[in-house]
Design a protein around this ligand. Structure first.
Ligand code: NAD
Length: 361
């Protein structure tokens, strides 16, 4: 379906990408209704939805995607015709120390959503002699399902075989396969996007970029795993939201689309760049030193001295890189932000929203 008046169930909409997507969508598609379903785990934060809380097109429901009955009643009550599925356990380190929650939410939860969608959009109308309800199930996945690349390997395309290496990426790969199977077996109208590492506002400070920013402001060490040469393709979160919009409105049902940022950086280089920008920001704006008197390294222009190498993550993938040619050619997707421009916006947001991140440290 490619209609303009959707009733969208956004799972995980109180998390980092989900919340940015909700802000984006309600700004771009003012007639659509957005119903956020989120269990508010440690990573979910209702404050992330403050910018839209008085929008009459927006509703928040606290609940778990594993609850098939709840999903079915939400689809009926709100006449949901589109599901955009972000809800997941998303932190690789946590998946290494505690994989159970990843299996439960990422696999069982996606399965429950698929069952509910099939029941309400396909089975129930058919059993009443009616047409299948026009619908779309969009699944948000990751480039990590493709495994790891050497520095000279070509970037991941949609044809790259899945080879997940962490419990996180294995659970996401399993959910991708279930989504695919529900299309091929039952005709559920699905699309999947596989995106690279996102960054931007509302990013939980356990992840690399907000961790580095907040640690610099608190004069804490900047931990770098192993040799710091792990390469990631950084995607500004609003570019990701635009990419999903294109997939929903122009993408072909049953297809996967890669969404990347054309921004490959080694972790150590990203951290050094952030250190440089922080030094410059403190040098240009004297008020920062009085707002963040603990940021001694930034005040003295020596932020890089905070870099501390720590033991590498078990099974750490060396390189992810997205080839988004298909998404570009078919849908006209082009990321708008370079890392420099996206990071400038991100830093501005963290400096203006200290109350948000201080709570989470
Ligand atoms: P996040 O951890 O910030 O947010 C996840 C959200 O899901 C939270 O609000 C949490 O409360 C909610 N949630 C978790 N379990 C739930 C459950 N059982 N029921 C309902 N809600 C639940 O994650 P994110 O970084 O915003 O990632 C969103 C999606 O994008 C995930 O599917 C992730 O795999 C995918 N992804 C993320 C990145 C990235 O760089 N962050 C990259 C590629 C793909």
């Amino acid at each position: 379906m490619t209609n303009s008046n959707r009733n969208i169930l956004v799972t995980g909409g109180a998390g980092f990408i989900g919340a940015n997507f909700v802000h984006y969508w309600l700004g771009q598609h003012t007639k659509d209704k957005v119903i956020v379903l989120d269990a508010l785990t440690y990573a979910g934060n209702i404050e992330n939805l403050t910018p839209v809380k008085s929008n009459p097109q927006y509703t928040f429901i606290e609940g778990n995607i594993c609850d098939q009955g709840l999903i079915e009643s939400l689809i009926s009550e709100h006449q949901i015709d589109t599901i955009v599925h972000f809800a997941a356990e998303s932190h690789v380190d946590r998946s290494i120390t505690g994989p159970d929650a990843f299996i439960e939410t990422n696999i069982i939860g996606t399965y429950a959503l698929l069952k509910a969608a099939k029941q309400k959009w396909i089975d129930e109308p058919k059993s009443q002699g009616k047409e299948v309800i026009p619908h779309r199930f969009h699944h948000v996945s990751t480039d990590e399902v493709y495994g790891t690349l050497s520095p000279s390997d070509p970037a991941f395309t949609e044809e790259t075989a899945y080879a997940p290496n962490s419990p996180y990426s294995a659970s996401k790969a399993a959910s991708d396969h279930l989504v695919r199977a529900y299309h091929h077996t039952y005709g559920l109208e699905v699309t999947t996007s596989n995106c690279s590492n996102n960054y931007g506002p509302y990013h939980f400070p356990e992840k690399l970029i907000p961790l580095v920013v907040t640690n610099i402001l608190n004069n804490k060490p900047l931990p770098i795993y192993g040799d710091g040469q792990q390469i990631r393709d950084w995607l500004y979160v609003e570019d990701h939201a635009r990419g999903i919009d294109l997939v929903l409105n122009k993408g072909r049902v049953g297809e996967n689309y890669n969404i990347g940022g054309n921004n490959e950086w080694a972790n150590i280089d990203i951290v050094k760049l952030i250190c440089k920008v922080m030094n410059e920001s403190f040098a240009e704006d004297e008020s920062l030193a009085s707002r963040y008197p603990n940021a001694k390294a930034a005040i003295s222009g020596e932020t890089e001295s905070l870099i501390t190498y720590v033991t590498d993550r078990a099974g750490h993938d060396r390189r992810y890189a997205i080839d988004a040619t298909k998404t570009n050619d078919e849908l006209g997707y082009v990321p708008a932000e370079s890392f420099e421009t996206g990071f400038a916006k991100t830093l501005k947001w963290y400096l203006a929203n200290e109350a948000w991140w201080v709570e989470l440290l």
